[in-house]
Write a protein of this length. Structure first.
Lengths: 112, 116
């Protein structure tokens, strides 16, 4: 059984479009995260939610809006997609501070 | 703010040999955690090993072990008896506790190639 699952795995779209990436975890964790991995493989945190409450909000354009309907789901909606948004987006979850974060398989977003 | 530095962009090791990947970090926190994650070509992010900063004993997980030097802020990963399946990007990360979440700061990664 997949612990942290993201959909879709690949997303190809045109500049200016709006798209969403979904994430679900079945580990019973309270905290979920979104990370962005750029073309040079650098990983940077974007957001974190704990039990539906926003905890971490890094310097991310307002076009990115996370939504957590419950503690097992954290979705990422992106408006007006730009070329620079092309990256792999990872969802992760953890239980408690300092505990390992479990990552999904990533969503490769390509903007044409 | 935390920073993590991995000074070896690429490394190569022969199968069955031992290799050490370097990592240094900077933090003003007293209570923090350090991790090594592995990212094979399949793109998955896989936890390799975790170290609690307040523990002096170096963490080990089968063929993987760390050399944690807290005063020097160094956290290197040693892979013994390297296997072809160890070929991957390896990321060092430090964890900063923020309320009820932990913010991971990653290094730039070391690409490890295991050869026959």
């Amino acid at each position: 059984d997949t612990a942290v699952s993201q959909t879709p795995k690949y997303l190809v779209t045109q500049m200016g479009n709006d798209k969403s990436i979904k994430c679900e975890q079945n580990l019973g964790h309270d905290t979920m995260y979104w990370y962005k991995q750029d073309s040079k493989k650098f990983l940077k945190i974007m957001f974190s939610y704990n039990n539906k409450e926003l905890i971490i909000n890094e310097t991310v354009p307002n076009r990115f809006s996370p939504k957590s309907p419950d503690k097992a789901h954290l979705n990422l909606h992106i408006n007006s997609l730009e070329l620079g948004d092309s990256a792999v987006y990872f969802c992760a979850s953890s239980q408690g501070q300092g505990r390992p974060q479990h990552f999904g398989d990533g969503t490769r977003l390509s903007i044409l | 703010a935390q920073t993590v530095t991995q000074s070896q962009p690429e490394m190569s090791v022969q199968e069955a040999e031992t290799v050490t990947l370097s990592c240094t970090y900077d933090t003003s926190e007293n209570n923090y955690y350090l991790f090594w994650y592995k990212q094979p070509p399949s793109r998955q992010m896989i936890l390799v090993i975790r170290q609690e900063a307040y523990k002096q004993q170096n963490a080990t997980e089968n063929r993987f072990s760390v050399n944690f030097q807290k005063a020097a802020k160094s956290f290197s990963l040693k892979i013994s008896d390297s296997q072809l399946g160890d070929t991957a990007m390896y990321f060092c990360a430090s964890s900063l506790n923020t309320g009820t979440a932990s913010k991971l700061t990653f290094g730039t990664g070391t690409r490890l190639q295991v050869t026959l």
